[in-house]
Each structure stands twice: as C-alpha cells, then as structure tokens.
Write a protein that binds this ligand. Structure first.
Ligand code: SF4
Ligand code: SF4
Length: 539
C-alpha cells in the first residue's frame, strides 16, 4: 500500500545542503512514495521483454539473470557504438554546474543525485570504470567505478526520477542532453528486466489493444458515443464521428487519456465539435487508438514498434494524411523519431487543410499535423465563428508541455488559438515558460499512485509559477496540450494550488465555438452554467 503523502507545508521544507561524503559512498535508500512498483511478468511477456518474473523493489534480491553483468556491459558498448551523441555525452561534461539547479526533481527534493550532472554521472562513472583505460586503472581517482548490483539499484532509483524533460540541456553550454542519457540508461535496465509496471503495463496494453488502458475497440467506440450524447445535451447538435472508415481524407489519432480521463474528455468533446462544425472528412481508428507512446520510456525498439501502428492504419484506411490530438510524448516521437523509425510515409500526401488550402510544409516528411496548428490556421483564415466571452469565468495561463515546447519549438500556435478563445490570459514568469518551461513533474511514466511524494516534489516548481499568477492576476485555469499534463497537473494543482484547475486547449475552443444549428448555449462542456447565465436564471 502506498504511504501517506506528506502535507504541502511539510514537503515545502526542502534541504539543499551538500553531503560531506563523496557521492559514490552514499548508498541508495529506497523510500516508499518515491519509487514505482516493479513491472509484472505478464506485461513483460506480452511484448517479449527480458527476464519476466515476480519481484518487488524493497527485495534484497532482484532476481537478475545470472549473466546480468555481461548483458549490461555488452548493451552499454553497443549503444556507445550506435549513438554518437551518447558517446559524446559520456566524455564532454566539464562539471560547470550550469545544469545543477535546473531540474525540478532537484529543486523539489534537494537530493544531490537529482542534479542532472550527477544523474548522468551515475552512468558516466561506469563508462569510465569499465570502458576507458584511465578509469580501469585509476578507478575512483579518474571518476570511474565498476558495475555492481548496488549501482544498478541506484540507476533504477534515479533514472525513474527523471522525466526526460530536457530542461537541463537548455542550460548546458556543451548541449549535453541528460534526458538522452536517461533514455539509454533505462534501456540498459530493461535488458535485464528492471522496469516499472506503470510503464510496462501501458506498453503491453498498447501493443495488444492499441491503447494504454487496454480498452477493446467496442468500448473505445462506446466512450466516443457517450461524448456524442453529452455534446447534444449541451449544444443541441448531434455530431457523427466514424470509425475505421476506409477512404476518409484524414485519420485522427489522439492520446487515449483524452477518451478515458477527465479533464481530457472535455478536450475530446472539443475535437468532435470542431470537426463536425467543419464537416471534416475524417475517421477514428480503433486500432491506432493511442497517440501516446510508452515505448519512449522503455527502449528505442519498443518506441518504434508502438509508433508503427499509426502509419499502418493510415495505409489500411487509405487516408491522405494524419491529424494528431493534444499529447506530449506522441509529438516528441512523431517529430524526432517517426520518419526515420517507420517512414518515409510515401503513401501519404503532404498535408493540406481542406478548409483553408494551407499546405503544412513542416509536416512534409512525417505527414502528421498537430491539431493546434490546424486550428490556428483555421482561425487565421476566418473559418471559425468564436465567442470567447463564453470562457469569461476563466483567467487562464498556459503551460508549455516539455515535449511539444522544448521538443518541437511549438510555442506560438497554441498561444494564438488560446488568445482567440479566451479574454483573460496571463503568462507565468519568463524563466518558467516556452523553452525554459518546467515539467509537470510526472511525465515519462512516473504518473503512478504509489510515488506521489516524488511527483509532488517534481511538480513543485511548475506549481510555484502557477501560484504566482494566481496571486498576482487571479488565474484560475491552466491550459495545456498534453494528456499526461492534464492528468498530472490536476493532481499537483490540487495539492499545491487548489484554486487553479486544468484543461486542454480544445475544451476552451469548443466552449467558444459557435456551431451551425446549435441551440442557445447555457452550459459549458463540464455541464456548468456559462458566465452570466446563472445570474439571468436567478433574476
Ligand atoms: S531531463 Fe528533466 S528531469 Fe531529467 S535531469 Fe534533466 S531537468 Fe531533470
Ligand atoms: S551544464 Fe553541461 S557541462 Fe555543465 S555540469 Fe551540466 S552537463 Fe556538465
């Protein structure tokens, strides 16, 4: 059972003083509330991951394969040979410390091994000790050490306290990307069956049923049908989505978090309303029913396998291009990996908006357009009737999701949409937004129930910035374009700044959207009275 999470006042007492002992001499101490449960064998078996067995994190014996050391050494060597960036990152850190205080986990926990420089050093020290002549001979004197079970445990503990957000890399004068080091470190751990179940279960589910919750196609369709009824109740308009329809112009893929968890569900209703208002020729797929890619948190190979379904389904259905919903890691994978992993998608066309004729040149290679750029283009070309006053009960701020903002340079399009659908918008402080945005605190597969303490610690800097604009401008809503953010920030706002809610961008778009044939709107998508309506009814 998960331990009780300390109160915010207790958690905010953070000690940032250095240890008097060398870091290599500080053994890892597993504390409940900080780590996720171990991956279950059935989930590893489902996708052929190595060493499926029952094990628990507090166990002394993690039931590793007898040749684990050789497997990790060989895996390390393979990756040094294969990824030039990884090899360079192992060599060039000058310990300047510019990254040290930039990680939300270090800020929120004060644990020195959560400084990006030291997190990477956990792996770099093995590189030196096992793969360089100086390190092999001089050991600790050259910053090297040998692989041991304790080292593995330390890796596991701290690599699953990194959300691979890449904030530290923005400040590194050498461009070292600790997120990439974490990605490869986790990949090495996966070679010997050291996973977390909050990652391996979604991976297995995505592989088996197409989405991370393991929802069967008929249940997926039932959920969308439920939204159809809800939308009709609010607008009087019955939208008519199609599923697995061959010959549609577009395939729409969004994270399944939008379909199954509030507040993402309101965003999902927003997509349905927008597409209906545009009379868009699109279809959902019940096979590619997950935009998110938990393979990214596991290994490059797993990322590739899970990503493949989007192109496979686009080909099967014969669409022209793919429109993607609001998600973080879905877009990091599309933007940075999809074309080389599973492309080129020569069977698709360079995306052109059927409403405005705009050619999305930035998607010329992936053939996937982000819904925020699609909607921004619609607004710019006067294709949407909008009444932003319907969102006048909200004072909104914008959370740049790490993967879309830092990962894609996607800063202006969502802000442009937002400013056209709300009247009250305020930015959080400059050093916490855009490229310098702070992570939600639980991305990259850390959004479990049992590690709530570290999640709240990691979410502290983001929440602190939200608290600032709440107190200064009365901000009461944080909007974002990431399904994990919507789940994670809801919990961390409730914990740190309960006055601030969380929503997706297209929930706000849909509230403001004047749909052809709609009845007089009195409710927003959450079923709450629109601003002004309550007073009128009282009179
Ligand atoms: S990638 Fe993000 S979570 Fe990981 S060390 Fe860097 S700042 Fe911290
Ligand atoms: S900023 Fe870069 S070079 Fe400096 S300590 Fe961090 S990783 Fe090393």
């Amino acid at each position: 059972m998960a331990v009780k999470t300390p109160k915010p006042t207790e958690l905010a007492q953070i000690e940032h003083s250095p240890s008097f002992t060398g870091w290599m001499d500080v053994p890892v101490q597993f504390r409940e509330g900080v780590y996720c449960h171990a991956g279950k064998p059935k989930n590893l078996e489902a996708v052929g991951l190595p060493n499926p067995r029952e094990w628990a994190v507090p166990d002394e014996d993690w039931a590793l394969p007898s040749d684990w050391m050789e497997i990790v050494r060989q895996g390390f060597k393979d990756r040094l040979d294969r990824y030039r960036s990884f090899h360079v990152f192992m060599d060039i850190c000058v310990r300047c410390g510019a990254c040290a205080d930039k990680c939300h986990f270090f800020i929120g926990s004060g644990d020195p091994k959560n400084m990006p420089v030291l997190r990477a050093e956990l792996i770099r020290s093995i590189y030196r000790g096992e793969f360089t002549t100086a390190g092999r001979i001089l050991g600790k004197l050259a910053g090297g050490r040998k692989l041991t079970v304790d080292v593995l445990k330390e890796w596991w503990y701290y690599l699953f306290q990194c959300t691979e957000c890449r904030r530290c890399s923005v400040f590194c004068p050498y461009g070292i990307d600790t997120a990439e080091v974490t990605i490869i470190g986790r990949e090495l751990l996966n070679l010997i069956g050291l996973n977390t179940d909050w990652i391996s279960a979604p991976v297995a589910n995505c592989y088996r049923t197409g989405n991370h919750l393991g929802i069967q196609p008929h249940a997926f369709k039932d959920m969308i049908d439920f939204f159809v009824d809800e939308i009709e109740g609010v607008t009087g308009v019955r939208v008519s989505p199609t599923f697995n329809r061959k010959g549609a112009e577009l395939l729409f893929v969004t994270p399944s978090g939008d379909v199954f968890a509030d507040p993402g569900t309101y965003t999902c209703m927003g997509y349905l309303m927008l597409f209906h208002a545009l009379d868009l020729d699109y279809t959902w797929s019940t096979y590619a029913s997950e935009g998110g890619n938990f393979g990214l948190f596991t290994s490059h190979e797993m990322m590739k396998r899970l990503n493949a379904k989007m192109y496979l389904e686009a080909k099967r259905l014969g669409v022209k291009w793919i429109l993607g919903g609001e998600c973080g890691h879905m877009w990091r994978v599309i933007n940075q990996y999809m074309d080389t992993m599973n492309g080129p998608a020569d069977f698709l066309e360079v995306p052109v908006s059927p409403l405005t004729g705009t050619k999305f040149h930035q998607a010329a290679s992936t053939k996937v357009v982000h819904i925020a750029e699609f909607t921004a283009d619609l607004i710019k070309n006067g294709k949407l009737a909008l009444d932003p006053s319907r969102n006048d009960d909200l004072v909104v701020t914008w959370h740049d999701s790490c993967n879309t903002a830092r990962g894609m340079g996607f800063f202006e399009e969502p802000r442009y949409v937002l400013k056209n659908v709300v009247n009250h918008f305020y930015e959080m402080p400059e050093n916490t937004i855009r490229e310098q945005t702070f992570c939600c605190g639980s991305g990259s597969g850390l959004n479990a129930g049992e590690n709530m303490e570290i999640r709240m610690r990691g979410g502290f800097p983001r929440a602190n910035a939200a608290k600032y604009v709440h107190e200064k401008h009365g901000v009461n809503m944080m909007s974002c374009i990431c399904a994990i953010d919507r789940a994670v920030l809801t919990a961390s706002m409730q914990y740190w700044v309960p006055e601030v809610g969380v929503c997706g961008l297209h929930e706000l778009v849909a509230n403001a959207l004047i749909m052809p044939g709609e009845k007089e709107r009195t409710l927003n998508l959450r079923g709450e009275p629109l601003p002004g309506v309550e007073e009128e009814e009282d009179v």
